[in-house]
Design a protein around this ligand. Sequence first.
Ligand SMILES: Cc1ncc(COP(=O)(O)O)c(C=O)c1O
Length: 363
Amino acid sequence: MRIPLSKIHIDDQIKETVLRVLNSGRYINGQNVRSFEEEFADFCNTQFAVGVSSGTSAILLSLMALGIGKGDEVIVPSLTFAATATPAKFLGAAVIYADIDPKTYTIDPAEVRRKISLKTKAIIPVHLYGHPCDMDSICKLAKEHALYVIEDACQSHGATYKGRKTGSLGDIACFSFYPSKNMTVLGDGGMITTNNEKLAQKVMMLRNHGRTQKYVHELLGLNCRLSEIHAAIGREQLRHLAKWNRRRREIATQYNALLPISGVTTPVERNWAEHVYHMYVIRTKQRDKLASYLKEKGIETGIHYPVPLHRQPCIRSNARLSITEKYAAEILSLPMYPQLSDKEVKYVALEIRNFVEDAKCQE
Ligand SMILES: Cc1ncc(COP(=O)(O)O)c(C=O)c1O
């Protein structure tokens, strides 16, 4: 058996959609982007959604729209993809790392509280692997200290916190449609969601050269637009997202039932969360050996992320993040995608069991 870490869905409908856009002659700023924005806002239950060129540009433009830059501090987790933190650094702000909650692996509000200073302007909670952060605690802190909350929802399309969709919980939120995500535009793409009309208008201008009309550039903007082809694919994928997320949850339930093995920690879902398992991540002290063993058995795994951001050359810090560091050496992402069959899930779990048994015998 060959089991990849993730798999992409492409069907005839998507192919026909792409052809239709190709034949339409309209590739930028057209009806597909507008409709995708409306449909995505509807899905997240927000008033506005603005299509952009990637999750990274969604974060960059959100920070720009909030006026964050030199002299400001932004609090982020360190166990995440680089793009959670690099846009703030790019704008001249300081990136301050907070450790994670040991159960959910998402940013720990108590740690955020400790890291707030007079310079802090924003918190970027990341709904890591598809598990929502403890948003009430984070939003309460933000309110007390007049901070912005920018949700990094790049891994949590459709996840809910106390019944509310991620992307609707802070001041502004950022999604990625990179190919490995729970839904993709089969290329680069992203979305910003918000209930704040002024912010929505600002990011809409910023993504399009800061202009109000052709050749009138009011703001210092960029070209971070989403293309018509990608928006049209996104609309098709969005129609399947809820069903796909249900299947991911079913698979997680199966893994959870098959993997209570000593030395292996399975993911936790808080009672206020509906996890969408962008990644199904276990922890074990034997991580690297287990990954090699599974590779031999045809099972692909991943590490999200082996080097935490505070150890990355371009955004390094001296922060002491004991849980982040411990976990970065132990986490292993198992195959997770809606097309994964029950038989394949069983095979992955069986091979993990075999590995653990072999390791015990060798002790
Ligand atoms: C948590 C997180 N933040 C930001 C990003 C950046 O998104 P993109 O790759 O679309 O720029 C990603 C995706 O890779 C991500 O997983």
